[in-house]
Design a protein. Structure first.
Length: 443
């Protein structure tokens, strides 16, 4: 009943991993304003299918959707459109090898609901599903789920840890050989379909799941751990980790810390890919690449950009002077909001001493993730530097403009990395676990 991936991790040289982080018209917040944007196509599933096919042509490990549970400011531009698991179901039918990863919030879903949907998609995709585990963070989201405000961080992370334990138990509640499909007897061996009888602080789940064990055994678990609680959750459970790293030094710091934490949990750090976000602008020359970046930066609306900055740093920035230096910000230890992005902003301010306007431009695409601007060879040089100096196992590519930036990366950067022996030239496996060099877990 199950397809076991070929695990070549022990014999193949270390190679880069890439996910394509798909987001509306692109990760630059002004991307939808560009005359050539795909804004009219956001309600067409064919748009997302084409993006997945482009990433698959580039031999990416996976495409990835974030998710949120509030509309935000509808005038500011497209943020969410399709519910991501629904979209991935369609995209699974228009692709054959690329992994399909979705965010599912442990704050708003229940473990049984999430485990059932993800297991169904793992079957539907023949073993290509991944789950990005998040705790959600904004009160506006909480108010759409019968809460006045978001629970405190310790409670959210305690719920997330228990949520993961329950989901794993549900996926293992069917033995791999439980399904008999014996027309003269049983469909499934009742001795191999077991309740889990979970009775915890946050959840009571009897089980078993009503979906047989999937082709991967369990969907691949991803986590973006920035805070102390997030890092520990990622170290304990994640099989792939998304990171916010502004520069090489911050990437190396995060990479070393997470690898050490993973080892301390008794897990093999080499089996967990750490993938910082990466925004790229390409040109035939560096000057051309910088001009392309400036072109989309010029479309940035000041009022909305200041509002976004205010959300990132937890204060009203609407009256800040664009030509003045960024005002002094509280240290990270005094900031109660999302830690990863805030720490990145502090690092940018410290390193670059930007004006408010310059900071807005820096955050416009990817909100402070690593940004590489230059020729395909220059970008490949930087990617290789991060990969070989202990800062990344690969990247979560965040194209500033879709589909153009993704197509350019596949057509112009991927071949350079392949010639250097840093990236696969063909898929050797059929599952997301296989692409990542992960073994299929036993029930």
């Amino acid at each position: 009943m199950s397809t076991h991936p070929i695990n070549t991790a022990e014999t193949a040289p270390r190679q880069l991993h890439f996910n394509a982080f798909l987001n509306a018209c692109g990760h630059h917040q002004a991307a939808w304003r560009h005359p050539d944007s795909a804004v009219e196509q956001l309600g067409s599933i064919e748009h997302y299918e084409r993006l997945a096919q482009t990433a698959e042509a580039g031999l990416f490990d996976a495409v990835f959707f974030a998710d949120g549970h509030s509309a935000g400011n509808p005038a500011a531009g497209p943020r969410w459109f399709f519910e991501p698991l629904t979209a991935l179901a369609a995209m699974a039918r228009s692709t054959s090898r690329i992994g399909l990863i979705s965010t599912v919030s442990t704050t708003f879903y229940t473990p049984y609901h999430a485990a059932r949907m993800l297991a169904s998609l793992d079957h539907l995709s023949a073993g290509r599903i991944g789950w990005n585990v998040v705790t959600s963070m904004f009160d506006a989201e909480a108010r759409n789920h019968s809460m006045d405000s978001m629970p405190a961080s310790p409670e959210r992370y305690a719920r997330a840890a228990e949520f993961i334990d329950v989901a794993l138990a549900l996926w293992d509640s069917w033995a791999d050989d439980a399904v008999l499909a014996d027309r003269s007897g049983f469909f499934a061996d009742p001795e191999k379909v077991r309740p889990i009888n979970h009775d915890g602080e946050h959840f009571g789940v009897a089980g078993p799941l009503n979906v047989p064990r999937g082709p991967q055994g369990r969907p691949v678990l991803f986590q973006a751990g920035a805070s102390e609680s997030g890092r520990q959750l990622a170290a304990r459970h994640a099989e792939g980790i998304y990171a916010v790293a502004y520069d090489l030094a911050s990437g190396q710091d995060y990479y070393a810390d997470l690898k050490q934490r993973i080892a301390a949990e008794g897990r093999d750090p080499s089996k967990v890919a750490i993938m910082p976000g990466l925004v790229t602008y390409l040109g035939s020359t560096e000057v051309e690449a910088l001009a392309r970046q400036a072109e989309v930066d010029a479309l940035l609306p000041t009022e909305q950009s200041l509002a976004q900055l205010g959300m990132f740093i937890g204060q009203d920035c609407s009256e800040w002077d664009l030509d003045a230096p960024v005002p002094a910000l509280p240290p990270a230890s005094e900031f109660t909001g999302p830690q990863g992005r805030y720490a990145t902003i502090l690092r940018i301010v410290e390193a670059e001493r930007p004006t408010v306007g310059q900071l807005l431009g820096r955050l416009a695409a990817g909100g402070g993730h690593c940004t590489m601007v230059g020729t395909p060879e220059q970008v490949a040089d930087s990617i290789e530097r991060w990969f070989t100096s202990g800062a990344a196992d690969g990247f979560n590519l965040m194209p500033p403009m879709l589909p153009d930036s993704l197509e350019e990366f596949v057509d112009r950067v991927v071949p350079v990395l392949q010639r250097r022996g840093l990236y696969r030239t063909e898929y050797s496996t059929h599952t997301l676990r296989g692409h990542l060099g992960l073994e299929r877990p036993e029930a």
